[in-house]
Structures are given as C-alpha cells and as structure tokens.
Design a protein around this ligand. Structure first.
Ligand code: ZN
Length: 271
C-alpha cells in the first residue's frame, strides 16, 4: 500500500511534467473507484495546473477553477505517459496536457479516489479533521504531549490515528517505536516528554529518509514499464517477527494491535 513517502515521491516525480501545463482532456475509462469519479471535464478542461500539493496521503492538483483530490488507495499509482503509450488494464483515468503529456492513474484494486473540490480544500470532509503533517514543525513534542494527555490507548494506535498525526502508516509506526525504544502497547498518556521528544524525531527522520531513498529509486515517473509507488527500504522490525533484533540479537515478537501486524523487541522497547 502506498504510504506517505511514496505519495510524496509521486508528487515530486510528476510535478515538473504538469506544472503550468494546460489541461486539454479528462478521460475516465472506469469511474468506479472508492467513490464514483465525478464528471468534471467541463470544469477542468482549459485550466492550467498551478500547484501539486500533498496533504496526508492525498495529492492535491490545483487549478484556478478547483482542486482535483487524488488518493492512491491500496494499489494505485500515477505516471506520466505520452499519447502513444498503450492503455493497459486498470489504467482508469488520463489527465491530458496541451504538451501531449498525460497523467495516467492505474489502480487494480480500485480503492483509490479521484475527486473534485471547489471549496478551499481544507474544508473538504476528507481533509477537514486531519491532524498535522509529521514533517512540519506543528508536529512537535508539545503538540504530541497535549494530544496524548490522559489517553489510555496503545501508543502505536495513537501514532497511526490521522486525527493525531497524518501519514504514519503501519510500517513507519513499527519502525519509529523501535527507534525510540517504546513498547507499542504502552499507554500513550504515560510516556514522558523525553521519550516523546525522541519519538517525534524518529518519526520525522524515518519518513524523511524513506522519501529521500524513494526519490532515488523512483526518479523516473515516465517509465511506462515502471510501477511507481513502491520501494524497498531498510526495515528494522516491520515484517521481521521471529527474526533477530538488529540492536541486541534478541528474537523480535509479533502481535496484532488494532488488527495490524506489530513487531517489536521486548528488550530494546521496554518503556
Ligand atoms: Zn533488541
């Protein structure tokens, strides 16, 4: 599943091909995504792409008439193709530019979304209740201590809660808690500020590293053969239950927490 780093790398990869370009067509081959794709050709054709932004795992493609909101869901990907690129199975949507370049959305499982918003997008129901971006300064120890105060829920569930902070998916929650030495089941409200400071720093660093690494692996968003959106990363705990801890050699434990695989080292993550 594309996580925040993949979405950010996608944004960086497609932006230079689309910015200041005029839209000449919107082709929707299959509107049955997570929500029906609205027929917005009238609104968007003739518009110029002004910015491509990211909020949580949503990509926001701005024009003067409104913003296209794209979510990659479980299996979606975006790439830049030309008019001569053959349409493949699951290529559901094309946004065609005057330059001849096409932003093509492929999504085998169709849990992704392609929506349109004319409000200030922050007021859109999908975006209005989101917590801060993990890589921005609003996500800091004071904020997190306040957000977690009195919470009895496990820290890992809080870290993955979009109302508290966006974009920390299962992989990154596992990895950040390991790096900060915090047991995933610890009551969120009981973690002291020293540990929370470390946790905030690790969340930022792990996501920033993943974006940097993904940017290197996936710099070519115009490769028709490529499947942008997924990249391998060096992981210490995620997917390694039963393996040895990279820090102490102890066997890593695996449990389910909120139905999600949770891997930790019982020795390194005691607090
Ligand atoms: Zn260990």
């Amino acid at each position: 599943m594309p996580e925040l780093p993949e979405v950010e790398v996608t944004r960086q990869g497609i932006t230079p091909h689309l910015i200041d370009q005029q839209v000449t067509a919107l082709i929707v081959r299959n509107p049955s995504l997570r929500w029906p794709v609205p027929d917005i050709a009238q609104q968007i054709v003739g518009q110029t792409i002004r910015h491509i932004r990211r909020r949580a795992k949503y990509l926001l493609i701005d024009t003067d008439a409104g913003t296209t909101i794209v979510h990659l869901g479980m299996s979606g990907s975006l790439r830049i193709v030309s008019r001569s690129t053959k349409v493949e199975k699951h290529d559901h949507i094309d946004l065609v530019m005057a330059s001849g370049k096409i932003l093509r959305f492929n999504d085998p499982r169709r849990f992704g979304a392609w929506l349109w918003c004319e409000l200030p997008e922050a007021a859109h129901p999908l975006l209005s209740k989101l917590g801060p971006e993990p890589l921005q300064s609003e996500f800091n120890v004071d904020y997190l201590a306040h957000a977690l105060a009195g919470k009895k829920k496990a820290i890992k569930l809080c870290l993955m809660d979009n109302h508290i902070v966006v974009g920390v998916g299962n992989i990154y929650a596992n990895e950040a808690l390991f790096a900060a030495g915090i047991h995933p089941q610890t009551e969120a409200g009981r973690i002291d500020n020293e540990r929370l400071t470390l946790l905030v720093a690790e969340v930022k660093q792990i996501l920033a590293n993943a974006i940097k690494q993904g940017g290197t692996t996936l710099k070519d968003f115009t490769n028709a053969e490529g499947k942008p959106g997924y990249f391998a990363q060096k992981l210490h705990v995620y997917g390694r239950g039963g393996d040895t801890c990279t820090q102490c050699g102890n066997l890593l434990s695996e449990i389910k927490l909120g139905q999600r695989a949770t891997v930790f080292c019982g020795l390194c993550q005691r607090r």
